[in-house]
Design a protein around this ligand. Structure first.
Ligand code: PLP
Length: 444
């Protein structure tokens, strides 16, 4: 009997033993192709020696020195690396240990920024339906993921939710993609006016939505309109790139492809690729200056922020990606993966949509392709696909999203940036037969 308080104490999980590139092996020697990086984390695959050596080298020098007493070289170098490549005038980086911590920091920083400017009434945030920004209380409140929020609803600050830019589900037949994007972006203005613009700090959303929708990019022009509205009403735009950032969609930052820059950008998962727990908040010069010229101190912090070994690992990960031009591979293999998924599953009567960017791909399952009716949630198709895929030696990330309060099913794929065409063939073959078998059994 285990003494570990597992998140799902009833689930029986294999014990992981080792990793090698895109593969993970359990204690019994079974091989799994990691086609989801866990939850879009392991962008370099497993046991990368270059990263391991960089971590070891750092541990041999010093493994921890509190950031309240010292800065450290890997943290300085990693900040330089990110800022040199960041969009707009994001020119300072605040390091934390993961995505939720990065989002919490962004929410608090947005509030403190307006406080320092004497705009004390600005305390509220606006977000989108069917979004996820993390599991801590502030980040959970900022997300529109109903089933995660419900048990804790009394603890959460109220956050108005606007429609996501989710073309497959939200676009009307009588509008073009462009019109749809302008309409849903315009909801931000309506929500701002309802809340009173003088009461709002920031709008937060994911440039490409991950866990709650399965790799959904916005339509062209959507983010330009969002940026305009934020500027017009003087609120901050926080881009949550915890999942979609750090090369996952084919550019280092996902928002680059939208032609706009946020005021705050948070990232995590792919930053350290799972070699260490690390997250980051990139902040515009204007925000940093306001804090420096005001109280001079960001009223927030964590023990492990800027951890030297985490920063050394993340720096090695990012250097490895750049030195080996892995983002070209992300773009090329991403297209191949999309084409192969479409060839294998595109005519399946339960596959409604195949979408995404780079090596961030989603498949939405439906009961009826014409009406786009979601599958009956009680069938728990996403959970069945997850365990059947593991049985077949494939890690993918199926989730039940929230569609009008009901859960719909999608599968997220986020394989490592090092994959080649043999891995794509293996992913598509294993996933294809898993999806077909599970659906054939569940729906007679
Ligand atoms: N934001 C987004 C977009 C995420 O996908 C996640 C995690 O999946 C988080 C925030 C929270 O990150 P973490 O699980 O590292 O706390």
């Amino acid at each position: 009997m285990t003494h570990v308080f597992h998140r799902n104490p009833r689930a029986e999980q294999p014990v992981v033993a080792r990793g090698d590139g895109p593969y993970i092996y359990d204690k019994a020697g079974k091989q799994y192709l990691d086609a989801s990086g866990g939850a879009a984390v392991s962008c370099l695959g497993h046991s990368n020696k270059f990263v391991a050596d960089a971590m070891k080298e750092q541990i041999d020098k010093i493994s921890f020195a509190h950031s309240g007493f010292f800065t450290n070289q890997p943290m300085e170098d990693l900040a330089d690396f990110l800022v040199a490549r960041a969009p707009g005038n994001l020119d300072h980086v605040y390091f934390v240990s993961g995505g939720s911590e990065a989002v919490e920091a962004a929410l608090k920083l947005a509030r403190q920024y307006f406080l320092e400017k004497g705009e004390n009434s600005r305390t509220r945030f606006i977000s989108r339906r069917q979004s996820y920004h993390g599991n801590t209380i502030g980040a959970l409140a900022a997300g529109g993921n109903q089933w995660r929020r419900e048990p804790y609803a009394p603890l959460l600050m109220p956050v108005p939710l606007i429609s996501p830019c989710y073309e497959y589900r939200e676009k009307r037949n009588d509008e073009t993609s462009g019109e749809f994007g302008q309409r849903v972006a315009g909801e931000l203005e309506t929500a701002l006016i309802d809340a009173g613009p003088e009461n709002v700090c920031a709008f937060i959303c994911e440039p490409v939505v991950g866990a709650t929708m399965g790799a959904v990019p916005a339509v062209e022009g959507y983010f330009k309109r969002i940026r305009e509205i934020c500027d017009q009403y003087g609120i901050l735009f926080i881009a949550d790139e915890v999942m979609c950032g750090m090369g996952r969609t084919g550019s280092l930052f996902a928002v680059e492809q939208e032609g706009v820059a946020p005021d705050i950008l948070v990232t995590a998962k792919g930053l350290g690729a799972g070699y260490q727990a690390i997250g980051a908040m990139l902040v515009s010069n204007e925000i940093l200056r306001t804090i420096v010229d005001g109280s001079g101190f960001f009223q927030h912090g964590h023990t492990y922020m800027g951890h030297p070994v985490s920063c050394a690992a993340a720096l090695a990960v990012q250097n490895y990606i750049e030195d080996n031009d892995l983002l070209s591979n992300v773009r090329r293999r991403g297209e191949q993966l999309h084409d192969a998924l479409t060839a294998r599953l595109g005519n399946n009567p339960f596959v409604g949509d195949i979408r995404g960017r780079g090596l961030f791909r989603g498949i939405e399952l439906v009961a009826d392709r014409m009406t786009r009716e979601p599958l009956d949630p009680s069938l728990k198709i996403h959970a069945k696909i997850k365990s059947a895929a593991m049985e077949a030696g494939l890690m993918c990330y199926p989730m039940g999203g929230t569609i009008d309060g009901r859960r719909g099913d999608h599968i997220l794929l986020a394989p490592p940036f090092i994959i080649d065409e043999t891995h794509i063939a293996e992913i598509v073959e294993k996933l294809g037969s898993t999806v077909e078998n599970v659906l054939a059994k569940a729906i007679q």
